[in-house]
Ligand binder design. Structure first.
Ligand code: ADP
Length: 201
């Protein structure tokens, strides 16, 4: 059984940056968010099924999921959120399994932003790597990256697990409170650690 690491962290913590560095170093990286985006692109199975079950007003003119509209719709409506998840989660899972089969590196990193919140992929992963940083750093990075208003960022952060809950699930932690060079060094250390574990597995 190959070594599979779940990578998670709050919005803006630096997960994607860490995933990119690990991929550069040779890990097989499977990003569940990227898969969800692919499945909801124009004409793809997820977008088609969402249009069928929610109505075409949830699709953009090109047939892609209207993410903004869906986000607003499911934010306060649990039934709608569960309906959306029932469409997408099995499709994502199938794609993850296929990507796992195709993986050929020393170890695989599965990026799951809401790992702690959803309890997903429990049986599949051996270890959980949490990217952690201060809430101030999260706010600043997301504001820079997405140009979102502070209140929207606060709402997203409030809907996610807090730092303590995430850290309680961690086998390994990357603290990302410094600069990018520091993050790169720490990620290299973790990569070496996983190579050693993969050899023993
Ligand atoms: P996530 O995937 O967890 O939402 P990202 O990896 O996309 O977070 O990082 C959020 C933003 O912050 C990106 O624009 C990224 O380049 C930047 N960033 C991440 N870590 C650092 C850091 N240590 N120093 C400066 N910028 C950073």
């Amino acid at each position: 059984m190959p070594l599979v690491i779940a990578l998670t962290g709050g919005i803006g913590s630096g997960k994607s940056t860490v995933a990119d560095i690990l991929a550069e170093l040779g890990a097989d990286v499977i990003d569940t968010d990227a898969i969800a985006h692919r499945l909801t692109a124009p004409g793809e199975a997820g977008a088609v099924e969402i249009g069928r079950q929610f109505g075409s007003e949830f699709l953009r003119a090109d047939g892609a999921l209207d993410r903004e509209r869906m986000r607003e719709h499911v934010f306060s409506d649990t039934t709608a959120r569960k309906k959306l998840e029932a469409i997408l989660h099995p499709m994502i899972r199938t794609a993850v399994d296929a990507a796992m089969e195709a993986a050929c590196g020393s170890y695989t990193v599965l990026v799951v932003p809401l790992l702690v919140e959803t309890g997903a992929y429990q049986g599949l992963v051996k270890r959980t790597l949490v990217v952690d940083c201060s809430e101030t750093a999260q706010m600043e990075r997301v504001r820079e990256r997405n140009r979102l208003p502070e209140e929207t960022i606060r709402n997203i952060m409030a809907s996610q697990a807090n730092r303590a809950a995430r850290l309680a699930r961690a086998d390994d932690v990357i603290v990302n409170d410094g600069d990018l060079a520091t993050l790169r060094n720490r990620t290299l250390e973790i990569h070496r650690h996983y190579l050693r574990l993969a050899e023993k597995a």
